[in-house]
Unconditional design. Sequence first.
Length: 22
Amino acid sequence: MQRFLRLAGFLGAAAGTEEEQA
């Protein structure tokens, strides 16, 4: 479960960064 949360957090951070740059 923790592994999934870490992956989801990484994807969320990446998506947030892309949105800020866009």
